[in-house]
Design a protein. Structure first.
Lengths: 215, 291
């Protein structure tokens, strides 16, 4: 997964540099790398989550690990990668930000400050990863399980987007929650945490009885 | 000797299909078992229950008297070697041995790499660049090197070349002598594997129809050859399954066992008695059951 992340980050940097150099738009040109990467990171984490079971589960069980150990490893890997991707994106953003050709704007106008932006980004990226993990478990069971898992995954993604959209603007759904949002960062973090715990409990109950299929 | 693996009336249903029905088995440490069954008989599913890949729908699977499903200590005791697709594996056996060592403390990396060298396989070559036979050999050798108390090989030797396969069987016997474990070889054909087994288990149409030591199993049938009249007289009243004539030599396959008096008579009449091969007996027994 580290290799995938390294490739992804390299491609994102190249894309950002090309955008900044060849597109003449004040909105885009003012955007920092971190701002652009934060949305893409969620999609990367979702895809990484979707691949987990298909790529690693059979190998893990062959190595004598239980499904629960595998699940814990996947959850911690998600935490490490969510934080690392944000950190790397932040560092690259700082380095590029000192050069005259690149923007430094970390949040969109009318949204919260950088702290809520980073917090929202971390929590949302991790939940997207968990949603991908659920979809992966569902499809590993079979196509019908996969369809149900997609509904669950989309529900989780909508929930976290809805919680944070008033500060970060939804990347996938563009839901306008500003009017209904409390604006209380503490409550938003608490509800995001509860959503993560709910999703982990769901994953735990789904993976416990997951049969390993041999081709 | 203690019973390491116990299956008691274990059944497995997948969707609406019955894959295994009422399977009862006892497997002991230090013995090599041959699990034979036709394609689709349920061999892999049975092994999946032992390896905790699946949970039985009914009945129980126990290792050391406990349910191994999601039991950290017991699942680590099983190494289930089955066909693995290495087409996307860019790693070398050397790298994989380092990774395996991390998760399986009993894994003997030096042994694995030495055995691979003995088979003429380059441990620094990426797996996806090896032939299918070599990939299967790496998979099988890693299974042996895991030194797991329960080691299962499910049709892994089928795509190995004959020489590689023979060498591997020799290594398996040596490995089991060096580090006694419960070893299971599963296949739909066991030609050339007879010498490996201490016990035979036959799975037919989702059920275990037989589990017995190899010597007792081989007593279930024999081939008698000699002059036609003498063979016909000798086998009169026996359960003759097939007859084959080659020149003046008449050869007959009989289902059943011989006592000492029969053997003495055969010797006096210059009849040649030979045991049937495991594969022959398996084919006969499953065909007889169907008939």
């Amino acid at each position: 997964m580290a290799k995938w992340a390294a490739w992804y980050m390299a491609v994102m940097v190249a894309l950002y540099i090309l955008l900044m150099l060849f597109i003449d738009d004040s909105g885009i040109n003012g955007m920092s790398f971190f701002f652009m990467a934060s949305g893409a990171n969620r999609v990367f984490m979702l895809v990484a989550g979707i691949l987990t079971v298909f790529v690693f589960l059979e190998r893990a069980i062959q190595l004598g690990l239980t499904r629960m150990t595998f699940m814990r490893a996947v959850l911690w890997t998600g935490v490490i990668f969510t934080v690392t991707l944000a950190l790397v994106a932040g560092i690259i953003s700082l380095i590029l930000g000192v050069m005259p050709w690149f923007g430094t704007q970390t949040t969109a106008s009318g949204m919260g400050g950088p702290v809520s932006m980073v917090l929202g980004h971390l929590l949302a990226a991790y939940l997207f990863y968990l949603a991908g993990f659920i979809i992966s478990i569902g499809f590993y069971r079979g196509w019908f399980g996969g369809l149900i898992a997609i509904v669950l995954g989309v529900g989780i993604a909508v929930a976290i987007e809805s919680l944070w959209t008033f500060r970060t603007e939804g990347v996938l759904f563009e839901l306008n929650m500003i009017s209904g949002a409390s604006g209380n960062i503490f409550l938003t973090v608490v509800f995001s945490g509860l959503l993560i715990l709910f999703t982990i409990a769901l994953i735990q109950s789904l993976i416990r009885s997951l049969p390993i299929k041999i081709k | 000797m203690s019973s390491m693996v116990d299956l008691t009336n274990a059944s497995l249903d997948i969707k609406k299909n019955t894959i295994l029905e009422d399977v009862t088995l006892q497997l002991e440490t230090g013995r090599i078992y041959g699990l034979i069954g036709q394609e689709g008989a349920g061999k892999t599913s049975l092994l999946s229950l032992i390896a905790s890949y699946r949970k039985p729908t009914k009945g129980a699977v126990q290792i050391d008297g406990r349910d191994p499903y999601e039991d950290k200590a017991l699942m680590a005791k099983v190494r289930f070697v089955h066909e693995v697709d290495y087409t996307e594996t860019h790693h070398t056996p050397k790298y994989l041995s380092r990774v395996t060592e991390r998760y399986r403390p009993a894994f003997d990396s030096d042994y694995a790499l030495t055995m691979l060298e003995g088979l003429g396989i380059d441990s620094d070559k990426a797996l996806n660049r090896m032939s299918k036979g070599q990939q299967a050999a790496v998979n099988a050798i890693f299974g042996l090197a895991a030194n797991a108390p329960i080691t299962i090989f499910d049709e892994v030797t089928n795509i190995m070349e004959a020489t590689l396969r023979e060498q591997f069987y020799k290594m398996a016997i040596e490995a089991n002598a060096h580090y006694p474990r419960t070893m299971i070889f599963s296949n739909h054909t066991v030609s050339g594997m007879d010498h490996l087994f201490d016990e035979i288990i036959i799975l037919d149409e989702s059920r275990v129809i037989l589990q017995e030591p190899i010597d007792r199993f081989l007593e279930r049938g024999f081939r008698v050859s000699g002059a036609k009249e003498k063979v016909v007289r000798f086998t009169d009243g026996m359960n003759v399954l097939s007859t084959h004539a080659s020149g003046s030599i008449h050869s007959v396959v009989v289902l059943g066992s011989l006592d000492e008096a029969d053997r003495k008579t055969a010797k006096e009449q210059h009849l040649y008695i030979e045991p049937l091969k495991v594969q022959e007996l398996f084919t006969i027994l499953t065909a007889t059951k169907e008939g």
